[in-house]
Design a protein around this ligand. Structure first.
Ligand SMILES: Cc1ncc(COP(=O)(O)O)c(C=O)c1O
Length: 402
């Protein structure tokens, strides 16, 4: 067997294999789409934004979609509208920082709950124990897979509080055939470049309630209904026509793109069966993930090396990876004032996850090669551990925060 590159063998990807590449629609289509607005001097919040909202609402089957400048801004406005200032918004710690940041900006207090160690999703039973005095429950569809939204919804309903989903990764995902975007009081999608559907930057809020939709439409425009007598402290969170043009073309390509992602994910799952101790995020067979990320959980005792050592070994092979979501939000310095609750399951997951390259034009053969590399690393585990330990200071974490 060839040696892993970290032990001096030839790298599997001599030219490097990026973690992701944005799935941009062809520029000619974007410019053709944009031209009518651009030529009329309509640069923001115009007919393309309205069309994008209408097409997204139609696809999801919801009465309202409000376009926003980012998922973070959408989350901020939704939390501002639905949570009571100064009270807790219960949410997973195993999520991206923006979920919690939005609550903090909106004057709510993030209260972190555990995640499940195989699905990486909010542990609904644990969240149920943390609802005392809370005015909102937030779920995140981690890596584009549904977070049992009906169970989260049910928990919020029984507690009498609104339920919101951070659906940043999840436009195009389904839960038992039902589109994500249709659950809870609102679901907020991201359209930043790492997302399967992108507008460059941007987000979409999907929801049912007419009054909440109206409030969000004001909220993206400073809270100004048009008379400059603002009704509340809104944001400038409008989507521009340029972004909507990219988003509309990205939507055209979405199903073909998701099919590629699901095929690559399935190839990873099959290939990784041969690698003991590297287990993909569990996704319910009834669900369809977007696979915004394909994430594995590295069990050092079975695989032979830990996640951080594996990331270094893969880097030596030319393979770029990310430890999403590490550190988990409850351990980030921004939330140190909350006293760092004990969340052992979340710590365990965050310490073991590694997201592998998955993007639209990734050559399918790369998946097989990565699985072979993993097998090589495992077969040489003792030497790899020693070699990597020699390259980094004791106790250093080799993985940058996500
Ligand atoms: C789970 C999650 N929520 C929110 C966001 C923030 O999205 P945006 O960059 O569109 O504000 C991200 C960004 O990647 C994310 O991963």
């Amino acid at each position: 067997m060839t040696s892993p590159a970290v032990l001096g063998g030839p790298p599997a990807f001599a030219d490097g294999l990026p973690f992701f590449r944005p799935a941009t629609p062809p520029l000619e289509r974007v410019t053709a789409r944009l031209a009518p607005s651009y030529d009329r001097g309509v640069l923001t919040n115009g007919p393309l934004v309205r069309q994008f909202e209408a097409e997204a609402a139609d696809r999801l089957g919801v009465p309202h979609v409000v376009a926003v400048a980012s998922c973070t801004a959408g989350l901020m406005l939704v939390v501002q509208a639905l949570a009571r200032a100064g009270t807790a918004a219960v949410m997973p710690s195993f999520t991206f920082s923006a979920t919690a940041h939005a609550a903090r900006w909106a004057g709510a207090v993030p209260r972190f709950a555990e995640c499940d160690v195989t699905t990486c999703q909010l542990d609904v039973a644990d969240a149920a124990t943390r609802l005392d005095g809370a005015s909102m429950l937030v779920g995140t569809h981690v890596f584009g897979a549904p977070c049992t939204p009906e169970a989260v919804e049910e928990l919020g309903r029984s507690a009498g509080i609104p339920v919101v989903f951070d659906a940043a990764h999840a436009f195009g995902a389904t839960r038992a055939g039902r589109a994500l975007g249709t659950f809870g009081d609102a679901e907020i999608f991201s359209l930043s470049p790492t997302k399967p559907m992108t507008s460059g930057e941007g987000g979409l809020v999907a929801l049912h309630d007419d009054d909440l939709a109206e409030r969000l439409r004001l909220g993206v425009d400073y809270g100004n209904p048009g008379d400059y007598d603002t009704r509340f402290a809104g944001l400038n969170a409008r989507m521009s026509e340029l972004h909507a043009a990219v988003g509309l073309e990205s939507l055209v390509d979405l199903d073909a793109h998701l099919a590629v992602r699901r095929d690559l994910a399935e190839r990873y799952r099959v290939a990784l069966k041969a690698v003991d101790g590297v287990v993909p995020q569990a996704v319910d067979p009834l669900d369809e993930s977007t696979y915004k990320d394909f994430t594995v959980i590295v069990d050092e005792t079975r695989f032979g090396v830990d996640r951080d050592t594996l990331a270094v070994a893969l880097k030596a092979e030319g393979v770029d990876t990310r430890p999403y979501f590490h550190p988990p939000v409850h351990r980030q310095r921004a939330y140190a004032d909350l006293g760092t609750p004990e969340l052992p399951a979340t710590d365990r997951v965050a310490g073991r996850v590694l997201s592998l390259p998955l993007w639209r034009d990734l050559p399918p053969g790369a998946v097989t090669t990565i699985a072979e590399v993993l097998a090589r690393v495992s077969a040489h585990a003792d030497q790899v551990r020693q070699a990597v330990r020699g390259t980094r200071p004791e106790g250093a974490d080799t993985c940058a925060p996500s």
